[in-house]
Design a protein around this ligand. Structure first.
Ligand SMILES: CSC[C@H]1O[C@H](OP(=O)(O)O)[C@H](O)[C@@H]1O
Length: 340
């Protein structure tokens, strides 16, 4: 397989490396990924994360195993196991389904490698397309609020919602970004802040519970978020706390956009109620651990509710920015997502 390089994933000289996102922003640790167990563990621990990127990483791992002469049965098992690594982001399932089709080819080693390369390279193009469409929605001087991390650390390209923000910054629109820290795993405070620093985009980090008063004060012009799964009716799952922002945006009359590649669409899901929401470990809420060590503030036996995502209904969305264009509520209500 050819060498491939993304911000947090690289295939170099027939070896797959993953940048440990749990250690960012203070440590940049590249981890060698050699097995299904390695990739499954990295995905479950959010050391590799982001709806598009986990599908891309899993695909590259399967292609790598094929290049190491693993049997068809072993590769089928690898695909099935990785497909289950996280339940909400549909990109992972779509990628594994594509790899399953490639596995049926006579020269399946070559087919798997070509498929993984295409998945990687397609995502770069999808990111550029979303960013170009989304940039049309950004005005000079906009204060944009975003949630979680949807940049180069979540994709093979420049990102989804954060890709729009980069494109607007590159177009000298003099934007400012409010960055939700995004409890409990702090993808905003750790990863989005890290990315915006590197791109020298002006930003202010806030706790998630501060977004409402900023909106009330008229300090938020637009909101751009990502998605992990978009249902046929336009409802979508995204990092928990997204639904809060959508309700607040509606109340304050603020434009609320979801930015995602068409690989995040799941028309088998009629609506948001059909989307499986990943429940995660209590320790993510009772304390925090990272490159700085472990600190626990809540009682160890505290009852905890820790869904990784929530569902935003389509009626709260101003527009869907996909790689194929910008869609209005009228477009989505007409069923357009079923035909992309
Ligand atoms: C473009 S990534 C989409 C989505 O994935 C993130 O979730 P996680 O950090 O748990 O992988 C977040 O929901 C992003 O919006």
């Amino acid at each position: 397989m050819k060498n491939l390089l993304a911000a947090s994933l690289k295939y170099q000289d027939n070896q797959l490396f993953v940048l440990d996102q749990y250690a960012l922003p203070h440590q940049e640790n590249w981890r060698l990924c050699q097995s299904v167990a390695d990739m499954e563990s990295l995905i479950k621990a959010l050391k590799i994360r982001g709806a598009p990127l986990i599908g891309i990483g899993a695909s590259l791992l399967v292609a790598h195993l094929a290049s190491e002469q693993q049997s068809k049965a072993q590769l089928a098992q690898a695909i099935a196991q990785l497909r289950q690594a996280r339940p909400t982001a549909v990109n992972l399932m779509h990628c594994m389904d594509k790899m399953s089709i490639a596995l049926e080819q006579d020269d399946y080693e070559l087919a798997l490698q070509r498929c993984a390369e295409a998945i990687f390279e397609q995502d770069i193009a999808l990111c550029n397309s979303m960013a170009n469409f989304g940039n049309e929605l950004v005005q000079e001087g906009d204060n944009i609020l975003t949630h979680c991390n949807t940049g180069a650390l979540a994709t093979a390209g420049i990102g989804t919602a954060l890709g729009v923000i980069y494109k607007a910054h590159q177009a000298n629109k003099k934007i400012h970004v409010w960055v939700d820290e995004t409890r409990p795993l702090l993808q905003g405070g750790r990863l989005t802040a890290y990315e915006l620093e590197r791109w020298q985009v002006p930003y202010t980090l806030i706790c998630d519970n501060m977004a409402a008063s900023l909106m009330a004060a008229g300090k938020v012009d637009k909101i751009f978020v990502g998605a992990d799964r978009i249902a046929a009716n336009g409802d979508f799952a995204n990092k928990v706390g997204t639904y809060n922002l959508a309700v607040l945006a509606k109340h304050h009359g603020i434009e609320f956009y979801v930015v995602a590649p068409t690989t995040t669409l799941d028309i088998e899901c009629e609506n948001g109620a059909a989307i499986v929401i990943e429940q995660r470990d209590a320790t993510e809420v009772t304390g925090v651990s990272g490159s700085f060590g472990q600190c626990q503030w809540a009682p160890s036996n505290a009852q905890v509710f820790n869904p990784a995502f929530d569902v935003t209904p389509a009626e709260l969305v101003t527009g869907w920015v996909l790689d194929t264009g910008i869609y209005s509520p009228l477009d989505v209500h007409s069923g357009v997502l079923r035909f992309l």
